[in-house]
Design a binder for this molecule. Structure first.
Ligand code: GLU
Length: 504
């Protein structure tokens, strides 16, 4: 899932779109594109494989006239079809509907077959193209682009965040989300959409976070939102505390390196207001936490990737410290099978973004299937305004700050810190943790930032050591107990970053 930016403003929108795409580059992508609706009501498009700078060069070299106040843009991470310029978004249907899409339309083959019968031609190999055709088809019997999009999305299965523009209904953008995040940026200069508020921080700090199933009708001076049942709803405008500079590399060569060095502060921030010198504050997990923890007889953790590895460490801690039977499973397995949900389970999801699709779906499935079983839900995540925080009863935020690097670093260590606090908090509710044990754990956590700082001061020696590993083809990480999970995280990190085969 990659990046979406769009907007309607008083001036030419192109630079806003291109800047927004650049701000989303950190997420990784394979191609980029932009569509602008010109003053003469035509859709003008530029696309390129590779970096946003290739797109800019393309616009300049081909003199593509991107001159208009309404537009949408996309950075793509291919799921269906090669990462080529013809598959890059936005896609256009019959010069009439243009779409950018994050996510996957799972029933696209079925829709495509029917659309081909109806005479639609496909110019890409993406699943996304069916969205444009479906909206085009519904435009024939709809009063507006909004109505056509509302009808079209009824036919989609899968996950999507979409932005739609059309010369048939100029001066507006339709935005819809289901399973992929989408925010609306509100400003005096105009109204904007993005898959991530980072894209718009230079323009505005005021955001509406669309909820699951929401569809928004956006013009220069209005934003109207309808929920999944088509009912008009009010969504609060929230002021973001993020600073646009938080996404810069601040002199480091890479975001990942910067974030490794931010760990001491990130951990300090995560601990702040949650502990005293020797105790964990029970309110740290929310005012309902104490009652819920007391009733908890089982814990089920669901997560993916790095968050799963953090959860594996927590399984050892929760059983050892809190003495609560704890199970952990990868979300992408859990959501597709029929797991037995025990009564009085605390269901914990862990995710940096709070938007991990499999984890979110697993949580929703559990909530649906386990009514009357005294199931409670807690999410440990790094984003206050996320789907997981909205879906969970209890939220514990890791205050790691934005993590731009694709390989998780400070998010992982702050997750571990959070899970250590949780183990103590749950254990104390079950009278399993002595004052002395709690004080020792809290003291250890308090010393952690200093110890990490000291470790990072050995950067030069670490660089020297890395030279002896850099040309190897295989690596094995060894560990027992909680260190087994850490070995798994080490192997994952090495694979992600160096493409050296690694196992734990
Ligand atoms: N599934 C779409 C494609 O392959 C969108 C991918 C994305 O989220 O970037 O084009």
């Amino acid at each position: 899932m990659c990046g979406i930016v769009g907007g309607i403003c008083k001036k030419n929108i192109t630079s806003v779109l291109i800047d927004g795409l650049k701000r989303l580059e950190y997420r990784g992508y394979d191609s980029a594109g932009v569509v602008v609706l010109s003053a003469d009501n035509e859709l003008h498009r530029a696309r390129a494989a590779g970096k946003v700078v290739n797109l800019e060069n393309n616009i300049k070299e081909k003199k593509i006239p991107l001159d208009g106040t309404v537009g949408i843009a996309h950075t793509r991470w291919a799921t269906h079809g090669e990462p080529t310029s013809r598959n890059a978004h936005p896609h256009i249907c019959n010069h009439t509907v243009s779409v950018v899409h994050n996510g996957i339309i799972e029933n696209f083959l079925e829709l495509k077959a029917a659309q081909e019968v109806d005479g639609y031609t496909f110019t890409s190999d993406t699943d996304t193209e069916v969205i444009g055709h479906a909206i085009h088809q519904h435009l024939q019997d709809s009063e507006s682009l909004l109505e056509a999009t509302q009808k079209a999305i009824q036919t989609f299965e899968g996950a999507y965040g979409v932005g739609v523009v059309s010369p048939k209904d100029p001066g507006r953008i339709i935005a819809a989300r289901s399973g992929s995040p989408l925010v609306i940026g509100i400003s005096k200069k105009g109204n904007f959409i993005a898959s991530d508020q980072m894209a718009l921080l230079d323009i505005t700090k005021d955001f509406i976070f669309l909820e699951e199933g929401d569809i928004a009708d956006i013009t220069l001076d209005s934003v109207t939102i309808y929920d999944k049942d088509g009912k008009q709803v009010e969504r609060e405008i929230k002021t973001s505390k993020l600073k646009s500079g938080q996404t810069s590399k601040r002199g480091y060569d890479h975001y990942m390196l910067k974030e490794i060095f931010e760990q001491p502060q990130a951990i300090r921030d995560t601990l702040e207001s949650r502990i005293t010198k020797d105790t964990v504050l029970s309110s740290a997990f929310g005012h309902k936490a104490k009652d819920i923890f007391k009733k908890t007889k089982h814990i089920q953790i669901i997560a993916c990737g790095t968050s799963y590895n953090a959860g594996l460490v927590a399984k050892y801690w929760l059983e050892d410290i809190a003495k609560i039977p704890t199970h952990i499973e990868v979300a992408s397995e859990y959501r597709y099978r029929n797991p037995i949900i025990l009564e009085d389970t605390l269901f914990i999801t862990i995710s940096q973004s709070g938007e991990t699709a499999d984890t979110l779906e697993a949580l929703k499935a559990v909530k649906k299937r386990s009514k009357d079983k005294n199931i409670h839900t807690l999410t440990i995540c790094n984003s206050a305004e996320s789907s997981l925080t909205r879906e969970s009863e209890l939220t514990f935020l890791t205050h790691a700050g934005p993590e731009i690097g694709v390989a998780s670093t400070k998010a992982f260590t702050t997750q571990l810190v959070s899970l250590a606090l949780l183990s103590v908090a749950v254990g104390r509710c079950h009278k399993q943790v002595s004052k002395q044990q709690e004080a020792t754990i809290v003291d250890g956590l308090n010393r952690l930032p200093g110890l990490i700082k000291k470790t990072l001061e050995q950067e030069d020696q670490i660089k020297e050591l890395a030279k002896t590993f850099k040309d190897k083809f295989n690596a094995i990480f060894l560990g027992r107990g909680t260190m087994h999970a850490i070995a798994m995280e080490g192997a994952l990190k090495l694979k992600e970053i160096s493409y050296i085969h690694a196992e734990a």
